[in-house]
Design a protein around this ligand. Structure first.
Ligand code: ZN
Length: 379
């Protein structure tokens, strides 16, 4: 027992240190979210304000994230990056009689520790595993917490490889050399709009570089072979189903609890934000097909998106409408003979979507247009 509590203290000390170090290094994240129209994020979409399955009072609220009960043994961790960068993405946990499952490694060890502490407020059940919904840094650079605590980490089989290739490759790299092509693109921008988009892109890539270099990367040790999904996970009275879908990153998995109509969607669903499509393996047609599948699920489904407030089917409908609107505008430009690179900067946000957040133009709207052009066989 003494050994256990000493071990626990060591872990807590290392987490506290990580948290301080992380906060000391996190000023650059400020720039990132200023660029992303840093607005306080509500935890729930207005449509769910009266939903009796969702607790109106959070279990815990630290500003940067709050945790809320959204079902029987089901909890959502909802981030508000305007108040801190410990978590950044959303996540959650599932608690049955026999075991618990954590969702997301978050952007920092402090974020993963926060969610674990919240789990321990409601259950002492052994943690069967944690799961990264995909490889992106804001969902995975806090993974070291799981390694330090002996918690198995599940993810799509390609997640470990993509973390190493994307973020491991940045560690120790020459920052100036790494960023110089992006600076060149700013200098070469032909319009004010294009220059603004390239500057925003540079700010975000700089963040990714800094986070990668200030994190000890930790890799999932329970690869999920996509050909063997869906996979049922029995937690004792709560059955989760892990399913793989195309769209956002080539490594996306969701956790569904069909008995309660709850879905932890990862970044296959952005709630109140334009979908982020920059990834080399993102596919616009695949993603739209996935959203069509989400829309076919029960009308009372609760979705925990990767970013933004917990939502219902209206959140899925908005994402589909945003893709439709980008396609409509891109098609007109395509028909007018405009090249993709030019069209990518010229989408106009309609009045009805003016409150939809753009994470960064070159991570979301721009690549959606160039990927649509590619699907049409044009550049
Ligand atoms: Zn992502």
């Amino acid at each position: 027992m003494i050994e256990v509590s000493n071990r626990r203290r060591e872990v807590v000390n290392s987490i506290a240190f990580s948290r301080r170090t992380f906060l000391a290094n996190s000023s650059y994240l400020g720039a990132m979210y200023v660029a992303a129209k840093l607005l306080p994020m509500p935890a729930l979409a207005a449509e769910l304000a009266e939903d009796s399955r969702i607790s109106q009072t959070p279990l815990v609220d630290k500003g940067f994230a709050s945790v809320r009960k959204i079902g029987d043994g089901l909890y959502a961790t909802i981030s508000d990056p305007s108040k801190g960068f410990q978590t950044v993405c959303n996540g959650g946990f599932l608690v049955g009689k026999d075991a618990a499952l954590l969702i997301e490694g978050f952007i920092s060890v402090a974020g993963a520790a926060f969610q674990m502490d919240a789990l321990r407020m409601v259950s002492q059940a052994p943690v069967k595993g944690a799961l990264d919904t995909h490889y992106h840094y804001d969902h995975s650079t806090g993974n070291a917490f799981f390694g330090a605590n002996g918690i198995p980490l599940w993810a799509h089989a390609n997640t470990a490889k993509r973390i190493v290739e994307s973020y491991g490759a940045m560690q120790g790299a020459d920052k100036a050399a790494f960023l110089s092509p992006l600076e060149k693109a700013i200098k070469e921008a032909k319009t004010e709009t294009a220059r603004k988009h390239r500057e925003e892109y540079l700010a975000h890539v700089t963040t990714v570089f800094n986070v990668s270099n200030s994190s000890v990367l930790a890799l999932p040790n329970r690869p999920l072979d996509p050909s063997k999904l869906p996979m049922k996970v029995d937690l004792g009275g709560v059955t989760a189903v892990i399913e793989g879908y195309p769209g956002h990153s080539g490594t996306d998995v969701v956790v569904r609890v069909p008995e309660q109509n709850v879905v932890y969607a990862g970044d296959l669903l952005f709630s109140g934000l334009y979908p982020v499509t920059f990834d080399a393996q993102a596919t616009v047609s695949g993603w739209r097909q996935t959203l069509k599948t989400f829309a076919s699920w029960d009308k009372d489904t609760i979705f925990v998106p990767g970013h933004g407030p917990v939502c219902g089917q209206e959140g899925v409908a908005l994402s589909r409408a945003l893709f439709d609107d980008i396609e409509d505008q891109a098609q007109k430009m395509h028909k007018a003979g405009m090249p993709a690179a030019e069209a990518a900067d010229l989408y106009v946000v309609p009045e009805k979507y003016k409150n939809v957040v753009i994470f960064a133009w070159d991570f979301s709207i721009g690549p959606t247009i160039t990927k649509l052009y590619a699907e049409w066989g044009s550049k």
